[in-house]
Design a protein around this ligand. Structure first.
Ligand SMILES: [Zn+2]
Length: 111
C-alpha cells in the first residue's frame, strides 16, 4: 500500500496539477512544473454515492466517490470512507489514508 499521489506545481505561478504540464495554462511558462510533497488533506468539494459499479468494485457498493479540494487548488478524485455510514457533508475535512489499486482512499480528519 502506498499513501503517495504525485503532485506537481508551476515554479513560476504556483498552479498545482496531478500531472506535470509542459505548458502552464495560468502563467504560460514552458517546462516550469516540478514535483512537490503534498499532504493530500482538504475538504469535500463534491461527492456522489455509487450503488452500481464496475464489476471490479461491485462488492464495495454502496461507496462514496468524492472530489477533495486541497489548499492551493488541487482537486483529487477518490473514495471517501465514512465509518458507520455517516452522512457526507460538503466542506468536511478529510485526509488521504491510502492508495489501493490506483484509487485514493480518504478518511475524515475528525473521528
Ligand atoms: Zn504557471
Amino acid at each position: 500500500m502506498s499513501q503517495h499521489i504525485p503532485a506537481y506545481h508551476c515554479t513560476h505561478c504556483g498552479r498545482q496539477s496531478l500531472v506535470p504540464q509542459g505548458y502552464c495554462s495560468q502563467c504560460r511558462s514552458a517546462h516550469s512544473y516540478e514535483a512537490f510533497d503534498h499532504d493530500m488533506e482538504g475538504t469535500v468539494f463534491s461527492y456522489t454515492i455509487i450503488y452500481v459499479s464496475d464489476e471490479k468494485f461491485q462488492a464495495d457498493v454502496p461507496y462514496v466517490l468524492a472530489i477533495i479540494e486541497c489548499p492551493g487548488g488541487l482537486r483529487v478524485l477518490g473514495r471517501l470512507y465514512q465509518p458507520h455510514n455517516r452522512p457526507v457533508a460538503i466542506g468536511q475535512r478529510v485526509k488521504l489514508h491510502t492508495v489501493e489499486n490506483g484509487v485514493a482512499i480518504f478518511h475524515n480528519t475528525i473521528s
